[in-house]
Design a protein around this ligand. Structure first.
Ligand SMILES: [Zn+2]
Length: 54
């Protein structure tokens, strides 16, 4: 599993953020909550992406 990309945070990343003014990044749930309060940011749970079959 990826690790949160926020500086100083080493929790497991469970959410992908789609940020209109920056590259996508993966973050933990706590950071996803604060990011999703910003205009235009979409938080996408990583678990759903893991459902693809091999
Ligand atoms: Zn984090």
């Amino acid at each position: 599993m990826p690790t949160c990309t926020e500086e100083g945070c080493d929790r497991q990343a469970t959410v992908e953020l789609h940020i209109p003014w920056a590259a996508n990044r993966v973050v933990c749930l706590a950071h996803a909550r604060s990011w999703s309060q910003k205009d235009g940011v979409v938080a996408d749970p990583l678990d759903e992406a893991d459902e693809e079959l091999p």
